[in-house]
Design a protein around this ligand. Structure first.
Ligand SMILES: [Zn+2]
Length: 476
């Protein structure tokens, strides 16, 4: 925005009460009224106010709430100051009378004023149904129209206060008006619980020479300060009271940051981006501290989740992500350790390693192999992993050769049990089968042996008989 007294007045009025506190609207005085007419109207209003009669605002767009004496006095103060009066003239109806200025810009200007004032009034009244489009389009056209500024130059001449008002005033108005108009929308957004819609409306105005990001940062400044304060307080609680630190940030600061982001997106501002990242770091550190005590894993996960959503720098995002994954690994480890009645918080991993070593020493190899298998799902260090794989391999081998009685049971090892049973029983079965076969063989052999003399004798007898019969045959 430009410098100068008129520019300063423009900045002063540039909020969502741009038209509500307009001196012409409040008093009902016409924008082209001469100094004498204004003074007469002021006297009349003062007399009416003295007997308790309310001063009527401009009937073309009456104020929704009655004016106070204070507001009326302030309005007449404005009208008595040519610079402030000129700014207020820009922002109120110029009317149909063009005899003094001869311009052709009044109608569109007045439509722009009416549409914009109605839109702001509606927003204040909580009515979101009203369209901003007419205000936006008409004002864009009015600002681009040279006749607008010619009219105001004519007004500067008509007011005739050369000491305080000259052509530079119109230049200041021309330079500052776009920002003032958009600032009224931003201010309206800043009053809203969900500022995103109106911020997007402010973006749609797209007027040249408007530093929208600057306006948005100005609108969030107060909340940013509040967040900063809370953040410092929260940080102070770390190192002892992590839960307290988190309670200071949730939900207040997180809500504030969401609101700020709706009005001034952090990806367009280094300051806001940093603010989110710093909040993420405090949340991350608090969650880590909570992890050290006996943890409510659900709550810690939520704190990490909030930190992850806020982190804007790659470093913070990586760190939070790593810690968060560490937490889920820990939950998985606890699930495994619970089978042994252990937890990771109570040094469960070390205890399980001790138990595995003890099992190895007493020759319970199957049990040691199972523990090594479980530990493998928990430990992350590659050297530990190698060592455990080694232990498991050897323990399994040992278990195969020297099965311990306890290793033959366990519902999870039915497959192995069956195999082992087969392996243990099979030789016996084979032996029995062999024995039976042998017995059958022996039985047959004995019978054959026993029969052998008979057979042989038989054979001999047969032979002898045969021979004798042959031999004696001729003797007989
Ligand atoms: Zn005019």
């Amino acid at each position: 925005m430009s410098a100068g007294p008129v520019a300063a007045v423009l900045r002063e009025v540039a909020d969502d009460e741009l038209y509500r506190r307009n001196a012409f609207r409040v008093t009902g005085v016409a924008t082209d009224a001469g100094a004498r007419a204004v003074r007469e109207r002021q006297k009349k209003d003062a007399a009416a106010a003295a007997v308790g009669v309310a001063v009527g605002s401009d009937p073309r767009l009456p104020l929704l709430t009655p004016t106070t004496d204070e507001e009326v006095r302030a309005a007449y103060d404005v009208l008595a100051d040519p610079r402030r009066r000129l700014v207020h003239e820009l922002l109120w109806f110029w009317g149909d009378d063009v005899t003094s200025c001869g311009c052709r810009s009044h109608q569109r200007h007045d439509e722009a004023v009416e549409a914009h004032a109605l839109a702001l009034d509606a927003e204040r009244a909580g009515d979101r149904g009203r369209t901003w489009r007419t205000a936006r389009e008409q004002w864009s056209a009015v600002l681009a129209d040279a006749a607008t500024w010619t009219h105001l130059e004519a007004r500067v001449a008509a007011i005739g206060d050369a000491r305080r008002l000259d052509a530079r005033a119109v230049e200041e108005l021309r330079a500052g008006a776009p920002s003032a108009l958009v600032a009224s929308v931003v201010s309206c957004a800043a009053r809203s619980g969900d500022p995103r819609r109106l911020r997007e409306e402010a973006e749609r105005w797209g007027l040249a020479a408007v530093d929208l990001d600057d306006l948005l940062l100005g609108a969030v400044a107060e909340r940013v300060e509040r967040v900063e304060g809370r953040l410092v307080e929260s940080q102070d609680r770390l190192g002892g009271d992590a839960h307290g630190a988190v309670a200071l940030l949730r939900p207040q600061v997180l809500d504030d940051l969401a609101w700020i982001d709706g009005l001034a997106p952090h990806d367009r501002s280094r300051l806001l981006s940093d603010l989110r990242d710093r909040t993420a770091i405090v949340l991350n550190n608090a969650a880590l501290e909570m992890l050290e005590d006996d943890p409510d894993a659900g709550q810690i996960a939520a704190v990490f989740g909030a930190a992850e959503a806020l982190a804007t720098s790659a470093t913070t995002r990586r760190a939070v992500d790593e810690n968060r994954r560490g937490l889920s690994r820990r939950a998985a480890a606890d699930k495994v350790l619970r089978r042994y009645g252990l937890t990771s918080a109570g040094g469960g991993v070390a205890t399980l390693v001790d138990r595995m070593t003890a099992a190895l020493q007493v020759g319970r190899f199957g049990e040691a192999a199972r523990m090594a298998g479980h530990l493998l799902t928990i430990v992350e260090d590659p050297a530990d992993q190698r060592m455990l794989r080694d232990v498991r391999r050897r323990a399994l081998e040992e278990a195969r050769h020297h099965p311990h009685p306890s290793d033959r049971v366990g519902p999870a090892r039915i497959g192995h049990g069956v195999l082992r049973l087969l392996r243990d029983v099979l030789p016996g079965v084979l032996m029995i089968a062999g024995g039976i076969a042998l017995a059958v063989f022996v039985q047959h052999a004995v019978m054959i042996l026993a029969a052998l003399p008979l057979i042989l004798g038989g054979c001999y007898l047969v032979d002898r008989r045969t021979r004798r019969r042959i031999d004696i045959g001729p003797r007989w």
